[in-house]
Design a protein around this ligand. Sequence first.
Ligand code: CA
Length: 471
Amino acid sequence: MTDRPNLLFIMSDDHAAHAISAYGSRINQTTNLDRIADNGMRFDAAFCTNSICTPSRAAILTGTYNHVNGATTLDTHLDNSQWTFPQALQAAGYTTGIIGKWHLGHGPGHDPVGFDFWRVLPGQGHYDNPVMLEANGKIVERGGYVTDLITDDCIDFIDEHKDKPFALFCHHKASHRTWNPAPRHFTLFDDIDVPAPETFWDDHEGRADVIQSVKMHMMDLDPITDLKALVPEGLSREEEIEWRYQRYIKDYLRVVAAMDEGIGRLLDKLDEEGLADNTIVVYTSDQGFFLGDHGWFDKRLMYEESLGMPLLIQYPPRVEAGTTCDEIVVNVDYGPTLLDLMGVEIPGHVQGRSFAPLLDGQRPADWPESMYYRYWMHRDGAHNTPAHYGVRTKTHKLICYYNDPLGQEGANGPADPIEWELFDLAADPHELRNVIDDPAYAAVRAELAAELARLQADLGDEPYPGAVAPH
Ligand code: CA
């Protein structure tokens, strides 16, 4: 036990907030994640700045946006000569460790740095009998289920380092595709139909053409690798979509169930060791996920389910139990916030801002009223999602699908090279009505376009050169 707070930073992969009961999930219970919410603060407007694995992880570690840290796409690897907040913690005397998913590249130039101990999955890693990598090319081969092994390793790390200030990063593979459950959860949910979201049959009418051609529908799931079953014969298209949703969502929730159990074991460990009062516990995911919302799976788009990140933080000395926060925070803010709470200096180049005052229940007068988003991967073969950027305020969202150079056809004919969407989140929280051309929203549109330009200038990003100024 020391005076300096420890950090247990738990990050999952693709775990949407609406599959956590503390966030009001309609489809599952997460009793252990709910413990963090009950003991701390639940953030209801935490957003990623690019909804895809590697870029979000890079943004969290570096405290900078992807156009600055260079990890704009899934295939770019983090240049590990950059400053990261775990390195700052290590330099400040913390014993640091990362166990689980890294997904920022391997080998010199990309391996984890700033960690006294690391044991990470190569690339995406595997759910069953996963190989893991350590420093100096050491390969760890074990039998078992990935979520349980990561949990076991984290408990061992806490055991070994509980007498000094530590910062442990527990990065789960779950709940990433291909959603392979632990054997003990094979039949969980077998006896129920999981309710579909309200927007499951969204026909995407009125949304951008490029949205209508994304390959993230239930029919785009691979029956063998994703659904692990042969599609029954004789189903109508509608019946097959419903059947696919049940296969998909049940496995997704099963891998979440194993993770929730593991998180319970970690929280128990902190309690047993008397560390809970002096440890900052964070639970988040690298982005959100579509759980049948709008008929989709996956992430990438700036729509709410994908843009949002679950964020739960408990730290009894500073954070009042059972509280919520609806101020906008983004993934680049995580590092500076934790350094602030742990008494470590935040360098000037960091673009994120500490939200420690929000954890204290205080809103700084100049706290941001908007956030900037940019997804860079244009029409990758698998998902066909368009590159886009946009701005979200507490009440509205403006998205620019900038310049589709291929001019590929959408459902309504050749795609416009630039398409815009505007949503009134207060009136239309499910983002079903694109009001970009509604005269009643002309002033809002102009305001948001100006805010988007301001954010791009402030953050040093540049509009796509083909994009025209908004009307
Ligand atoms: Ca992810």
